[in-house]
Design a protein around this ligand. Structure first.
Ligand code: ARG
Ligand code: ZN
Length: 875
């Protein structure tokens, strides 16, 4: 039974207040919920009260204080219906019991290393008590949490603490929390456990004090300080950038080891996957630090975009997620290097979202139908959703964007809103029609944009012809033209941007074209020399661009483009053309076998002292195997792509050797480790140099990597060197892997890195190694981080071995999905998503993928999560 956006009806009953009494017990937790309800004036009059449940056991029920007789209600584990309630305000009291220790789905109330915690988004609250589990039912919650004092000395809830004490005559204690802000039940949370914490005071812009707390497993409090620092910076930034101030007396974060996703923005009580909280120089890489900063910010920013203004229904998920990703990206850009952040975000978008858009799981930023909402927490909703907000800002300008945001916060505070509500705020404050722009929310697929430039020497003019097409995607055979901003520059022979004198259709700055038609031309006057066009600067629109530039023009842009993103992108395009051609799968048009131009462009960047090392490190990377595969499009042979990429990197290492050796030495560490962006950038360039040199397999290069590994004083360098050895030095790697494991075996988050690395070795032995590691004591099918590290990385970051010609990689992952499905459907479904590009494989591998997908589809009693992914994958 699919749910459809067009079927939305307001709820028949509203809940104004929720009073919860939760008595925690490892296997028999009792929940007494008192719901203050009333008929919704906008609902259907005379309706029964229908509440959602999931695996619940009802103990007792009263209406307005009177026990209900068996004929007055109907209860199953998945729903509770009060058949003929009075059509007036009522108090419904429901007692249920549940078993947190048996909750392996990690949805609802569960235990993680003994700590009681909750995850309610999207539909987990119904696993705690019967409730109208939909985001447009907003209530004020008061929660009493009771537990054994020994087992759970820390008791946390949403909102502000109001009372705590002992339960007299027992070994139990309790805490009462009250959240004054009406919220949907998916934002409910509680935590109870033996936890260490750190706390710090914060004062908001208007002078209100807030107590900030971060709770972690005992003994790990010293690893929470970076997260605390990131939180304080996030809170200040949101005040300054968006005028958003915090609104409770306390803000708590709890890190747990077993978590399905990254983190959760529960009101006043964020719950995190501990991987995105815990950091120390010895155990976390620069990437870990950057992720912690971004995710701490993301969940905090949800306080306004998600919590104060929430979603009317789950189709509107991008309303909070796309917007909040945009906000966290902007935060990180302000804290670090904006161009490098943009390059990283676009690389992520291309590797995950473009892949999704190109396959059977493609869906619009706002889907119009779903069978399992948990399968829509996707790169499309999150990352493409953020790109759409970014385009809105580019189109309206800084002030126009801010005026729309201000109106949105003002008008919809306290409401469950829609994408239309959001867009209306911008069209009103800017007096623009955004109806064509709104297609970005409705049409799936990545627009293909073809640009060709024509310089007229006599007329001293330059014309750009632009053509956009949107390929068909599941359920959407025909598309309309999209409206998007295309930022550009015309680079003169001197390498400088020419002044732009557009004829029409450009914004006030004259550097952003408004593209809105299937075919469109733009004319620029007073162009005395032939320019090289730099199109889609800063990746102003999330499109697949073909600018029809030859090697010479791309090399020129890679050396001179004033836009850092396009300077990077020009090198990537050169490399991509080379890799497609070198993998023997070139289609007509593109043919670049000789990487000399690329080598020269990279060398120029390496020698340009004015460039940020973090940027140069990006320049040294070559497009991923997945990206090359998408460029090829059909009948993809992962082995050929891998070989081409390996050869190219070997060539680059040899050709750039003197420069790389010098850069490696120049960027040696100067003091003790600091995770700041400048220091991280130096490390990333030094490590990128180490890597390219080691790709050649030279003895001295491997020795250098080994020394780097052995002398590192931080995880970034140590782990990077380990992975260089693992991929390039089969003789040395086993000893290095063993030494690393020995040193960090008691640290699960570091063991995850060790598992992930081994899963990624692109050699025929990888599958056996991964199989063996599933039997390692450190591995557990019950912990999502372990599963993602080992099996997830094998399926998504080891293309040649997952797509083994003999099909054994596919069989292994399909088996893992089936095994996981009965335990944790969400994690199983996500793992199955690794098959999403199967149709573009060459026939033998394609057949093996299809066979395994069908085998999964044929299994009885599949979860809705896996059933949905497999059906759409085969569909
Ligand atoms: N709202 C959370 C975030 O964006 C994600 C929670 C998703 N959880 C889930 N089970 N689908 O940070
Ligand atoms: Zn989010």
């Amino acid at each position: 039974k699919p749910v459809r956006l067009t079927d939305y009806r307001p709820p028949d009953w509203l809940v104004d207040t929720v009073d919860l009494d939760v008595r925690l017990h490892p296997s028999v937790t009792t929940v007494i919920a008192r719901l203050g309800m009333r008929p919704n004036p906008l609902g259907r009059h005379g309706s029964p009260i229908v509440l959602d449940g999931d695996e619940l056991e009802l103990k007792s029920i009263t209406l307005n204080g009177t026990p209900l007789g068996g004929s007055a209600y109907a209860a199953t584990p998945s729903s509770l219906t009060i058949l003929a309630p009075p059509q007036a305000a009522v108090t419904l009291q429901i007692e249920t019991v549940l078993d947190p220790s048996a909750n392996t789905k990690l949805m609802g109330l569960y235990r993680s290393s003994g700590t009681y915690c909750t995850q309610c988004e999207a539909e987990g609250f119904r696993r705690i008590t019967y409730f109208p589990d939909r985001p447009d039912v907003l209530a004020v919650y008061t929660t009493r949490i009771e537990a054994e004092r020994d087992e759970a000395p820390v008791l946390l809830g949403n909102g502000n603490p109001v009372e705590r004490g002992d339960v007299e005559g027992t070994t139990r204690h309790y805490a009462v929390w009250h959240d004054p802000w009406p919220k949907p039940c998916y934002l409910f949370a509680l935590v109870g456990g033996r936890l260490d914490g750190i706390s710090e005071p914060f004062v908001t812009a208007t002078g209100k004090p807030v107590e900030l707390g971060i709770y972690v497993e005992p003994g790990k409090a010293d690893r929470a300080s970076y997260a605390m620092d990131a939180l304080k910076r996030s809170m200040r930034w949101d005040e300054e950038a968006f005028g958003c101030e915090y609104d409770l007396d306390v803000f708590n974060i709890v890190a747990v080891a077993d978590f399905n996703m990254g983190a959760m923005e529960n009101k006043g009580l964020n719950v995190f996957n501990d991987k995105y909280v815990l950091a120390s120089p010895e155990t976390a890489t620069d990437t870990d630090y950057a992720n912690i900063e971004a995710i701490i910010a993301h969940e905090y920013f949800h306080n306004w975009t998600g919590n104060r203004i929430t979603c009317r229904d789950w189709f509107q998920l991008c309303l909070k997620e796309g917007l909040t990703v945009f906000r966290d990206q902007e935060f990180s850009s302000d804290q670090r290097s904006r161009p490098v952040k943009r390059i990283g975000d676009v690389r992520l978008l291309k590797s995950h979202q473009f892949a999704e858009d190109a396959g059977p799981l493609a869906h619009p930023v706002r889907p119009s139908t779903y069978r399992e909402i948990n399968n829509f927490y996707t790169a499309t909703v999150y990352e493409k959703g953020a790109e759409v907000v970014r385009m809105l800002k580019t189109l309206l300008g800084e002030e126009g964007f801010r005026s729309g945001m201000d109106l949105y916060f003002d008008r919809h505070d306290g409401q469950a809103a829609t994408v239309e509500d959001f867009l209306t705020c911008f069209s009103e404050t800017n007096s623009v029609d955004l109806s064509q722009f709104a297609l970005w929310y409705a049409q799936s697929g990545t627009p293909q944009v073809e640009v060709s430039g024509h310089w007229d020497a006599d007329a001293r003019s330059y014309r750009l012809d632009i053509r956009q097409t949107l390929p068909p995607t599941p359920g959407q055979p025909d598309k309309h033209a999209m409206l998007f901003p295309l930022a550009l520059g015309l680079v003169g022979p001197d390498g400088k941007d020419m002044p732009l004198n557009p004829d029409d259709g450009t914004n006030t700055a004259g550097t952003v074209l408004l593209v809105s038609k299937p075919e469109q031309s733009f004319l620029f006057r007073d162009v005395p020399e032939r320019p090289v066009p730099s199109i889609n600067r800063g990746f102003s629109a999330p499109v697949k661009l073909n600018a029809n530039l030859g090697t010479e023009d791309l090399t020129f842009l890679a050396r001179h483009d004033s836009d850092p993103f396009n300077r990077f992108e020009a090198g990537q395009t050169l490399a991509l053309h080379h890799l497609v051609s070198a993998s023997g799968q070139s289609r007509e048009g593109i043919r670049i076998d000789d990487p000399t131009a690329l080598v020269e462009a990279m060398d120029a960047s390496l020698n340009d002292a004015s460039l940020d090392p973090a940027f140069v490190a990006q320049v040294l990377s070559v497009p991923s195997e997945g990206e090359v595969g998408r460029e090829i499009g059909t009948d993809v042979d992962p082995d050929a792509i891998h070989a081409a990429r390996r050869t190219l990197r070997h060539t680059l290492g040899e050709a750039l050797r003197p420069t790389l050796e010098r850069v490696y030495v120049q960027h040696a560490p100067t003091g003790t480790y600091s995770p700041d962006a400048i220091s991280a950038g130096r490390r990333s360039l030094r490590n990128a140099s180490l890597d390219l040199l080691a790709c050649t397999g030279g003895e001295a290069d491997i020795a250098r990597a080994l020394t780097h590994f052995e002398t590192a004083d931080n995880m970034t360098d140590r782990f990077f060197a380990l992975s260089v050895l693992a991929h390039n030095a089969p003789d040395v790697r086993e000893a290095a892997l063993t030494a690393f494991h020995e040193r960090f075996k008691d640290d699960p988050l570091v063991v995850d890195k060790w598992l992930a690395l081994q899963a990624q070795i692109a050699e025929p032995g990888a599958l056996d190694r991964v199989r063996e590691l599933t039997r390692h004591p450190a591995f557990s099918m019950g912990n999502p981080n372990r599963v993602r590290a080992l099996i997830g990385n094998f399926a998504t970051a080891n293309q040649t071995q997952f797509h083994r010609l003999d099909g054994a990689g596919h069989t292994f992952v399909a088996d893992a999905v089936l095994e996981l499905d009965s335990r944790n459907p969400q994690v199983a479904a996500r793992l199955l998503g690794a098959f999403k590009s199967w149709r573009s494989l060459e026939p033998v591998r394609r057949a093996s993928a299809e066979r395994n997908l069908k085998r999964v589809a044929d299994k009885r009693d599949l979860s809705p999560d896996v059933a949905d992914i497999v059906a759409r994958s085969l569909g």
